[in-house]
Design a protein around this ligand. Structure first.
Ligand code: BES
Ligand code: ZN
Length: 884
């Protein structure tokens, strides 16, 4: 028997029932331990008797022995907090069954059986928002990664694929709309006021892709004809009042469907595509087969309530979930260690889509900014892990920037090395070969190797090694030869002390200082620990532009003259490299001043170089405003803090503000001119108008730093004149950081104006909580007691507290008060919503990169959390790993 029985002590005797329960670490799941499931589940039937407080689930599983697995006398059906109402085998009593922890283990002797399992659940009591839960009077599900086991007993693992038929019945008045995966089979009302529906999904799928929605919803409907001629009915379901704000989501969906046909040759495979927006949701959105469930944040938009950033994010998330239909659903993951197989690849696909829809360089810059401000710190801290992790205790903790964003970068490198066309051959082979299967990252790499004709032997290290490689770059010049010396080092990470060198593809160019041009770029791949490359025909020393387009996710260390960076900031024809030069120029300067190693004259000279480059950016007619806005952006505090050990965040942030003030003053005239030119352009979603709004608010932030009183007036005027959320929020953000009467005024106006629109009220919370205002801690404290604040809505919790963890003077206040507030939040939220609570732990886990005083205060809070009784698996794992 492979069943663990009642827990027993080391001497083999049963444990005494009244023995004090030792707080014990949840077990570690290891990638190497994978074994196929002993049973296949060709079909699953689910019958739901729906009620907000009581839902009865009858699951009927046809099972048969898996010829590719070892025989087992039992089947283990995962459960999580379920009570079994009844169980039958082949329509009669079972031979034997027992509970093992939360799982149900049934003894079976034949090769083929039918299991019928009845469970009862209370969706209204489900505050974890995993499984079946109630939100605003409707019922919905979230099953990835392990939520299905909160609905019924089932082999809740992604390699068990089954064809689902789902029937639902519930009060018609409460649940006029009943949705599930696949195609609608039947739908109607009976005389007793009950509504029923049946859905059938012909595509075998894992349980994490199951979904059900029941509620009073309305839809925007549309149609799409696929390249193969299939007519698909599209619907975006929302609450009554929200219908007018669904147009952008629908248009985005159609664009994504077209793009995936054109770019990856992937076509949709059902007659309907439903998207439902819910306001209580742990994540952004979920790709359930034929029935995506979305956080309202990533569906609802109109110019008055959504910023340009919101519009772009909606388009990206809609596309992302749609793209999963192939990268995730048709080809799914064998186990959760392979998560990056679907997430990394799908993030790359959504990034490429957004690049094609809008300005490609601007999108690339934004994506790199996220990578470097979130993933790089993760990769250099106690929570570092490879994109394909080796072990976990709670899988929800591994939906990380590493798995997602670094995962996307790793596949992007393969694409850079293969070129677009050959990469496409690789993805075609991958999709064809593994359609209908649960695959591994290794399967993906093999398909790209064969299809694209690459040798990825050593490249596989990117899947197994954590840590951001450090790349030393030096350019020397002798005679007519320029020599590029490259060397790499992958830093040690938890559990991985020794690292091997990884292939690093770098797009480079050498510029002629005189004419500002280069002779063509090339892609070089550093295969070993070090290499030198010679370039002939340079009479004068050229200027090196390296990692153009950010071809490799590495940290570059190089001794480069400020003049060379200033040169590239003006002349580089690769937009990313130009942005990078500007960033490096500023980062170099801020780190020097924060280090107090700079004399007054040197500081002045550096600021003049930065000011000169910035002036060129403001005046360069060849730039569009979207790109100009990017180039104007100073490196963020999180990125700066990640650059040096023992950073005092307050100091770095203050220096950054001082530089802003200096630029705002010396370039005041140009910035005011830019602001007024941009203000004259009317609202539309075209790139010119979006660019104008971007530079307008950027200009305002510089002017505000230089002259708060004057900028306060300008911002108040922009706020009053605004006919869209981008302008209004941009102005309010500047005001929120100031101490003027207009601050109070406009914050109040904003609240009154948008009272009753939760997504906009979220912005109101976030603006105040992320402000550089010296009193931000007091503000957050007050907002936590605001009647609109609740721990039960993840969007609201994130807008107040996630925003706050980015404030150098608030979260990182020297007193430790900010750390304590976040620890208090984690402890209060953990019993309500463990997944969301655990997502706040990494902020405290950054202690290694802080000066000693703060590091100690952060650890103190982590230890306080660790000492709490009854921590969730999620928070327990994050806190213990963070302590190291
Ligand atoms: N499959 C995920 C959603 C998910 C993640 C569900 C973790 C349960 C646990 C979905 O495809 C996803 O990745 N969503 C992202 C947005 C996306 C654009 C990166 C999200 O929700 O943040
Ligand atoms: Zn995803």
């Amino acid at each position: 028997m492979d069943i663990a029985r009642t827990p027993s002590t080391a001497d083999g005797n049963p444990q005494l029932a009244d023995a004090a329960p030792e707080p014990k670490a949840p077990p570690e799941i290891r990638r190497q331990d994978y074994t196929p499931f002993p049973w296949l589940v060709p079909t699953t039937r689910l019958d739901f008797e729906l009620g907000l407080e009581k839902t009865r689930v009858t699951a009927t599983l046809e099972i048969e022995r898996n010829p590719d697995a070892e025989n087992s006398p039992t089947i283990r059906l995962n459960g999580d907090g379920l009570t079994l109402v009844s169980l039958s085998c082949d329509d009669g009593p079972c031979e034997g069954h027992m509970m093992d922890g939360d799982d149900l283990v049934v003894t079976l002797d034949g090769d083929r059986h039918r299991l019928t399992i009845v469970t009862e659940i209370d969706p209204s009591a489900n505050s974890q928002l995993s499984g079946l839960y109630a939100s605003n009077g409707m019922l919905c599900t979230q099953c990835e990664a392990e939520g299905f086991r909160r609905i019924t007993f089932f082999p809740d693992r992604p390699d068990v694929l089954s064809v689902y038929t789902v029937s639902m019945r519930g009060p018609a008045a409460q649940f006029p709309i009943l949705l599930s995966n696949g195609n609608a089979v039947q739908n109607g009302e009976s005389g007793d006021g009950m509504r029923h529906a049946e859905w059938h999904d012909p595509w075998p799928k894992p349980s994490y892709l199951f979904a059900l929605v029941a509620g009073d919803l309305v839809a925007r409907k549309d149609r799409f004809t696929t390249m193969g001629g299939r007519e698909v009915e599209l619907a975006v379901w929302v609450r009554e009042g929200d219908l007018e704000r669904t147009e952008h989501a629908m248009e985005s969906l159609k664009r994504a469907m077209t793009w995936d046909e054109e770019t990856f040759g992937r076509e949709y495979d059902l007659d309907v595509y439903n998207i439902v927006a819910v306001s209580d949701f742990n994540m952004g959105a979920m790709e359930n087969k034929g029935l995506n469930v979305f956080n309202t944040k990533y569906v609802l938009a109109d110019p008055e309530t959504a910023t340009d950033g919101d519009f772009d994010a909606i388009e990206g998330v809609i596309a992302h979930e749609y793209f999963h239909n192939w990268s995730g659903n048709r080809v799914t993951c064998r186990d959760w260690f392979q998560l990056s197989l679907k997430e990394g690849f799908t993030v790359l696909r959504d990034q490429l889509f957004s690049q094609d829809m809008h300005s490609a360089p601007v999108k690339r810059i934004e994506d790199v900014r996220v990578l470097r401000s979130v993933q790089f710190p993760e990769d250099s801290g106690p929570l570092a892990h490879p994109i394909r992790p080796d072990s976990y205790r709670e899988i929800s903790n591994f939906y990380t920037s590493t798995v997602y964003n670094k995962g996307a970068e790793v596949i992007r490198m393969m694409r850079s090395m293969a070129g677009e066309e050959r990469f496409r051959k690789g993805t075609d082979l991958y999709f064809d070969r593994h359609d209908g299967e649960a695959a591994t990252c290794e399967d993906f790499v093999v398909a790209i190797e064969e299809g694209a004709g690459l040798d990825l032997e050593q490249f596989r290290l990117w899947y197994s090694q954590a840590g951001t490689p450090k790349l030393k770059v030096a350019l020397s010049h002798k005679g007519e030869t320029a020599t590029l010396a490259l060397s790499q080092e992958v830093p040690p990470t938890p559990g991985q002390a020794e690292k091997q060198p990884m292939p690093i593809p770098l797009r480079i160019a050498l510029f002629d200082r005189e004419n500002g041009a280069h002779r063509g770029e090339e892609l070089v791949v550093l295969e070993k620990e070090a290499a030198t490359l010679n370039f002939d025909g340079f009479v004068d020393p050229p200027v090196l532009s390296v990692n153009r387009g950010f071809t490799a996710p590495v940290r570059i260390e190089r001794d480069v003259a400020r003049a060379d960076l200033a040169f590239l900031a003006r002349n580089d024809d690769d937009p990313f490299a130009r942005y990078e030069a500007m960033q490096d120029l500023v980062v170099g300067h801020l780190l020097e001043v924060a280090d107090e190693s700079l004399g007054e004259n040197e500081r002045k000279a550096a600021r003049e170089d930065i000011g000169g480059a910035m002036k060129a950016i403001l005046e360069d007619d060849a730039l569009d405003d979207l790109m100009r806005g990017e180039l104007m952006m100073l490196p963020g505090v999180s990125y700066l803090m990640d650059q040096v050990l023992l950073a005092d965040p307050g100091r770095i942030s203050a220096e950054r503000e001082a530089l802003k003030a200096d630029l705002g003053e010396t370039l005041g005239e140009e910035l005011r001119a830019l602001h007024s030119r941009a203000s004259a352009i009317g609202y539309s979603q075209d790139p010119q108008a979006k660019g104008a709004r971007k530079v307008k608010s950027m200009a305002l932030t510089y002017l505000a730093a230089a002259n708060p009183a004057q900028a306060s007036e300008l911002a108040a005027a922009q706020y009053d004149a605004a006919d869209n959320m981008t302008d209004r929020q941009g102005a309010l953000m500047v005001l929120t950081g100031l101490d003027t009467a207009a601050r109070t005024d406009k914050l109040l106006d904003f609240y009154e104006r948008f009272r009753g629109n939760p997504l906009v009220i979220d912005k109101w919370f976030a603006l105040q909580a992320s402000s550089l205002h010296p009193q931000v801690i007091r503000h957050v404290e007050a907002l936590a007691n605001h009647p609109d604040f609740t721990l039960r809505n993840p969007n609201r919790v994130r807008s107040l507290y996630m925003a706050f963890t980015g404030t150098p003077q608030g979260f990182h206040a020297a007193s430790g008060e900010g750390y304590r507030m976040i620890a208090d939040l984690i402890l209060a939220l953990d019993p309500i919503n463990a997944q969301t609570a655990a997502r706040f732990v990494p902020a405290l886990g950054r202690w290694r990169r802080m000066e000693e005083g703060r590091a100690a205060l952060m650890r103190e809070q982590l230890e306080r959390i660790a000492a709490a009784s009854k921590l969730s698996r999620d928070t327990y794992e994050q806190v213990t790993r963070s302590l190291g």
